[in-house]
Write a protein that binds this ligand. Structure first.
Ligand code: SF4
Length: 372
């Protein structure tokens, strides 16, 4: 985003005015889930939870792809990356995510060829340049990263690059929202939906959720004013007893989303059940490669040994991801578990809730204990 434009969305006077508007509206406590980990980081980084009236509680959602990639798949990645003929490529965040025994950094330290890339197309180029090697890209992410991953498969096919494959861990937001709302322990009363996901997918999928569960959903962005506008609109609906989908991110999001991107996703991927780390399997919550593209599926291409996963017994990241616990309620937070020595994925990722609390509020004696 243009710097001038970005700072417009951080303008102190406008932020204060929006907070005052919210203060005037609130008459009772409300629990609002921001779905995306990027929003969680903005909330903590800019102290938005400190600015808002104590009646507003942010519940941090599961929208951090690094955090929810299943332990089985992380362990599978470690096995594949350790193979002698493989170049394993990934976004940087994934290298520190703990598997049952080690992480991708430890595989690299032990001689594995693990490389950080910024897009699947970088991986494709590596595959082109290394025809005798198998090049695997760790294709994690929500709807946002799916179009580029799908494109890489189509390009590999068009260019007849046969030594390229994806280890796919795509997850989708709407089924996760339904799982949260169906949980007997659910406390979420309204949602801030993630603007970047909706830039791709639009927001039509959220309308039946809002109607069925009678819950307001506001699509918003990541800057302070975006988030506060989202909170304002959710609170306005909660106080008024309505439950609609509103778009507070219209500078990027449309009702139907990016049809071309959706078409590419549909062409390459199909819906599947997906296991979410710390949460379990959510039916129809992921995408896998269609049979027509099976040769680009790393799980199909490589035989991995039977995997017995083992999470740290101290880690409560699953509860954090479901909004049932806050990071500081974990006994290992900031002591045994830090970004340098993470026990769980939520302490690693630049979108993880534990990392957000560690980076921005661990030194506060009482990090807004009224609602943090
Ligand atoms: S602080 Fe660390 S151990 Fe605790 S829940 Fe977060 S990631 Fe897991």
């Amino acid at each position: 985003m243009d710097t001038k434009l970005r700072y417009g969305f951080r303008d102190t006077k406008l932020v204060q005015a929006k907070v005052r508007q919210i203060q005037k509206l609130v008459t009772r406590p409300w629990a609002i889930m921001e779905i995306c980990g990027g929003q969680t980081h903005s909330i903590k980084k800019f102290g938005l939870d400190q600015l808002l009236p104590p009646e507003i509680e942010f519940i941090h959602g599961p929208g951090c792809p690094v955090c929810v990639t299943s332990l089985e798949l992380i362990d599978k990645a470690l096995q594949i990356a350790a193979l002698p003929n493989v170049i394993f490529t990934s976004y940087g965040d994934m290298l520190r995510v703990p598997g049952s025994k080690g992480d991708l950094f430890s595989v690299k330290a032990n001689g594995g060829d693990v490389r950080v890339v910024y897009s699947p197309l970088d991986s494709l180029k590596i595959a082109q340049e290394n025809p005798r090697k198998e090049v695997v890209f760790f294709a994690i992410g929500f709807e946002t990263t799916a179009p580029a991953n799908a494109m890489s498969v189509l390009q590999a096919e068009a260019m007849r690059i046969d030594n390229f494959s994806l280890l796919v861990s795509h997850v989708c937001v709407p089924p996760a929202m339904r799982a949260i709302l169906n949980s007997p322990s659910n406390r979420v009363q309204g949602f801030l939906a993630a603007g970047h996901v909706c830039t791709v997918m639009g927001y039509w999928e959220y309308i039946p959720i809002a109607e069925e569960y009678r819950v307001p959903i506001v699509v918003t962005g990541f800057e302070p004013l975006d988030i506060l506008e989202g909170v304002y609109r959710v609170v306005r609906q909660l106080e008024g007893g309505t439950h609609e989908v509103e778009n507070a991110y219209s500078r990027l999001v449309t009702y139907e989303g990016n049809r071309a991107a959706q078409k590419v996703i549909q062409q390459v991927f199909e819906v599947c059940d997906r296991k979410w780390r710390g949460i379990g399997t959510i039916p129809k919550s992921g995408w896998k490669l269609r049979d027509a593209y099976l040769k680009f599926d790393a799980e199909h291409r490589f035989d991995t040994q039977a995997i017995e996963t083992q999470e740290s017994p101290l880690c409560i990241a699953g509860l954090v991801l479901q909004g049932l616990k806050k990071p500081y309620e974990c006994s290992a937070f900031g002591t045994l578990c830090t970004p340098q020595n993470p026990l769980g994925a939520t302490m690693v990722s630049s979108e993880g809730a534990c990392a957000a609390y560690y980076l921005y509020s661990r030194n506060l004696e009482s990090p807004k204990m009224n609602h943090v």
